[in-house]
Ligand binder design. Structure first.
Ligand SMILES: [Zn+2]
Ligand SMILES: [Zn+2]
Length: 138
């Protein structure tokens, strides 16, 4: 399966091969600020699955996550669309902001994280795994 997506202005485009490792809702406050939406849908892929076709305008903002470790959020510096994020604990992964996919109809999140920060207008009425903070790691 191949997925394509990109930013609002079209200067950033990517192509992804294969299925995501997982798709989740993220209710964390940093995602709210970054996306100006009540939650994010994030599709996580191994880095080698993702190829950025037009990387010319990518810019990365680094902040500190609640783990105390850096979180890198990469966006199109021409139009501001969030493209992907990277977290320190899983350096081999790219977490694609799913709103950038040209077709979002296939997305089926299996969990929601940071429900401690969930707002009322983001109530997801599904029986999926739910975590108050980040997804627990084995
Ligand atoms: Zn753009
Ligand atoms: Zn988040």
């Amino acid at each position: 399966m191949e997925r394509v997506g990109g930013c609002l202005c079209g200067e950033t485009r990517y192509e992804i091969v294969g299925d995501p490792v997982r798709v989740i809702y993220c209710h964390c406050n940093d995602c709210k600020k970054q996306t100006s939406a009540p939650y994010s849908i994030v599709a996580s892929y191994a880095k080698e699955q993702v190829s950025i076709q037009k990387p010319g305008f990518l810019k990365t903002y680094e902040s500190v996550g609640d783990s105390g470790m850096p979180v890198k959020r990469t966006f199109c510096s021409n139009c501001g669309s969030p493209i992907f994020s990277e977290v320190h604990v899983a350096p081999e992964m790219l977490h694609i902001k799913a709103g950038g996919f040209d077709d979002m109809s296939w997305l089926e999140p299996s969990a929601e994280i940071y429900t401690k920060d969930k707002v009322r207008c983001a109530n997801i009425n599904e029986s999926i795994d739910s975590y108050a903070g980040g997804r627990p790691r084995k």
